[in-house]
Every structure is written in structure tokens, then in C-alpha cells.
Design a protein. Structure first.
Length: 208
């Protein structure tokens, strides 16, 4: 079957695909203070029991960061400041936005699937793309997490497409493999060339 005619939906990951984490000066302040390297700290942070609980909806964002802060010896106020400063340098991935906009203009269904916590609609609004997605699947709300097949099936059901009709892009290989196991086509995000590959699969023009 031809991908151009069979694919009817595009699903994007949030952190690492739609929004690119960057080490701004405010994050660097905390890394220096805590004597941590950025990559090492991120791996510890996002694979912690508190992070997993928050992404399952068992902890609020404030509870998560205060649990993290407690492990680091920070006060509640310092934990709140760490949360605000940690994301201060993040930027919107314009290539991902362009891909989603072109897919929508060509009649494809568009969704976001994220292992996340808190208000993703507010986050998208702060980054200037409040209406980019038809659906936003937040793991902490639906109580399903990637790479569990159920979260991909849930997203496809919301968009009224079969898994075989959806293309998913994520920066984590385990989430990509989970999507493929669930029946979706999936790409591992490795930069703008991935968006060009996705555009080709979706039958969209691509000349940024």
C-alpha cells in the first residue's frame, strides 16, 4: 500500500521533537550549583521514580519538583525556582511546527502524544502554538505512558484513524519501537532530516 495514500494522521512527541530542550544560563546556574552535568542530570531527573509517578498522574508538577528538590537538599522555594529555570532556555522546533501545519493544510489529522505532567495546553500557548494540534494526549491525564501500546491506540482512536494510518515521531528509540509494535509507522527524531523524511512519507512538500 502506498504511504502517501494510506497515512491519514501525524502524531508528534513534545519534549525533544516539538520543543527542543536547551541549556540556557538559568539552567546552567543550577547545574553549577548542584555540580551536575546537563546530560547526566537530565537522565537522572527524567528516569527518577518521582518523574515516572508524575507522568502517570500520581504526582502534580509541584509535588514532582519538590520531591526532586528534597533529594537535592533544596527548600520548597528553591525547588520551585529550579522548575522555572530548568525550562527557561527551551525553544520551539520550527521544522516540527512547519511539518504539522503542512500536514493539517493537506487534510491530515494532527496530534501530540507526550509522557508529561501539568498543563500542556498552557505550555503550547506560551510557545505560540495553542491551536496546532487537534488532540493533546498527556500521559498524566489519560494515565497511560509511552511506550505502552495503549497510549498510541488511544491517540489514534481520538483522531478516528487506525494505527496503520498514523505516523509518529519521537526522540526516544523505546517510544518509537513501542509505536511500531502498536502498528503505527514511526520515525526516530534526529534533526530536520527526520522532518523531511516524514514529509515524504506523508506526501507533503518540503523545502524550508
Amino acid at each position: 500500500m502506498n504511504n502517501v495514500t494510506s497515512l491519514r494522521a501525524l502524531l508528534l512527541d513534545l519534549g525533544g521533537v516539538l520543543i527542543i530542550p536547551e541549556k540556557g544560563p538559568r539552567r546552567q546556574y543550577w547545574l553549577d550549583r548542584l555540580e551536575r552535568k546537563d546530560k547526566e542530570f537530565a537522565e537522572w531527573l527524567w528516569n527518577s521514580p518521582a518523574a515516572n509517578a508524575a507522568m502517570r498522574g500520581e504526582l502534580s508538577g509541584t509535588q514532582f519538583w519538590r520531591a526532586v528538590g528534597a533529594e537535592l537538599g533544596l527548600s520548597a522555594e528553591e525547588s520551585d525556582a529550579l522548575e522555572n529555570d530548568y525550562f527557561a532556555g527551551d525553544r520551539l522546533n520550527e521544522a516540527a511546527v512547519t511539518l504539522a501545519q503542512r500536514a493539517k493544510a493537506h487534510g491530515l489529522r494532527i496530534g501530540l502524544v507526550s509522557n508529561a505532567y501539568g498543563d500542556l495546553d498552557g505550555l503550547l500557548a506560551r510557545h505560540g502554538v495553542p491551536d496546532l494540534f487537534e488532540i493533546v494526549v498527556n500521559s498524566s491525564v489519560v494515565r497511560l505512558t509511552k511506550p505502552n501500546s495503549a497510549i498510541y491506540h488511544f491517540a489514534c482512536s481520538c483522531l478516528e484513524v487506525s494505527p496503520q494510518q498514523a505516523l509518529f515521531i519521537d526522540d526516544r528509540r523505546d517510544n518509537v519501537e513501542g509505536a511500531r509494535a502498536a502498528g503505527l509507522q514511526a520515525l526516530h527524531y534526529a534533526g530536520e532530516e527526520t522532518m523531511a523524511q516524514a514529509a515524504e512519507l506523508l506526501g507533503l512538500p518540503w523545502n524550508l
